[in-house]
Design a protein around this ligand. Structure first.
Ligand SMILES: Cc1cc2nc3c(=O)[nH]c(=O)nc-3n(C[C@H](O)[C@H](O)[C@H](O)COP(=O)(O)O)c2cc1C
Length: 215
């Protein structure tokens, strides 16, 4: 059944009675607690009841599993103490002025520490640092609570720079809450370019990047 709407939604087709939309052969689930199933909003977003929310969440997570992300460790230091956590939600935001953003789960220790310290350091991990990524995601916290234990870090007032990482030290400019996470915008104060191939994460596992040459 074709669905009337504005913008993007004209390109969606509803699967009869399923609450799903097909977009170029892929399933699209739109959710909003404020709207009845199938209702088109002025902004072209379709709303669904709570019964579809979980399916939409699952579809979102499954689709995001296919998206490759660079693996970083966000560290921080200051009055709230030293902290570090593995973070793949990192992106360049602007070169004028040099700015980056990371998304941190609002109730995590790293989010609280970054907020309290007003500073952080993004360490882009080299491709062989998957064990470090696991460590800073808490995999060995039970045996080794100090995630920095044994690491030859370079201390900065923003947060430790990890060995062989490309690092961006930042002051926290702004933090915007959305859902379960906070978007932390950092003004870059310093850069250490290690020139290493980066570690990436997709489909629930770590990967290395290889150059595609020859078409
Ligand atoms: C590959 C990978 C990527 C991750 N990306 C993020 C992320 O972008 N944001 C986030 O808040 N947590 C992310 N995590 C989870 C945190 O590393 C984990 O919850 C960590 O323990 C949080 O630190 P905390 O001890 O300060 O709460 C990721 C974990 C892994 C293994």
């Amino acid at each position: 059944m074709p669905v009337a709407g504005k913008g993007l939604c004209k390109r969606f087709r509803q699967v009869a009675g399923s609450g799903e939309f097909v977009f170029h052969g892929a399933v699209f689930l739109a959710t909003s607690g404020r709207h009845e199933q199938g209702e088109a909003r002025e902004d072209g977003i379709f709303g669904y009841g709570a019964n579809v929310m979980n399916a939409a969440r699952d579809a979102f997570i499954e689709a995001m599993r296919q998206v490759a992300a660079t693996v970083t460790v966000v560290t921080t230091d200051g009055p709230a103490g030293q902290m570090g956590a593995t973070v793949s939600a990192f992106t360049s935001l602007s070169a004028d002025p040099p700015s980056v953003l990371v998304c941190l789960k609002s109730d995590s220790r790293i989010a609280r520490a970054v907020g309290d310290n007003g500073a952080f350091c993004v360490n882009v991990l080299p491709e062989d640092a998957d064990d470090l990524a696991r460590a800073f995601a808490g995999a060995f916290d039970a045996q080794r609570p100090d995630r920095f234990h044994g690491l030859d870090v370079m201390a900065t007032e923003f947060g430790p720079v990890l060995p062989r990482a490309t690092a961006f030290t930042c002051t926290l400019q702004r933090s915007v809450g959305h859902g379960t996470h906070a978007i932390c915008i950092g003004a870059v104060t310093g850069i250490s370019n290690a020139g290493q191939a980066p570690l990436t994460y997709m489909q629930g596992d770590f990967h290395v990047v290889r150059r595609k040459s020859g078409g």
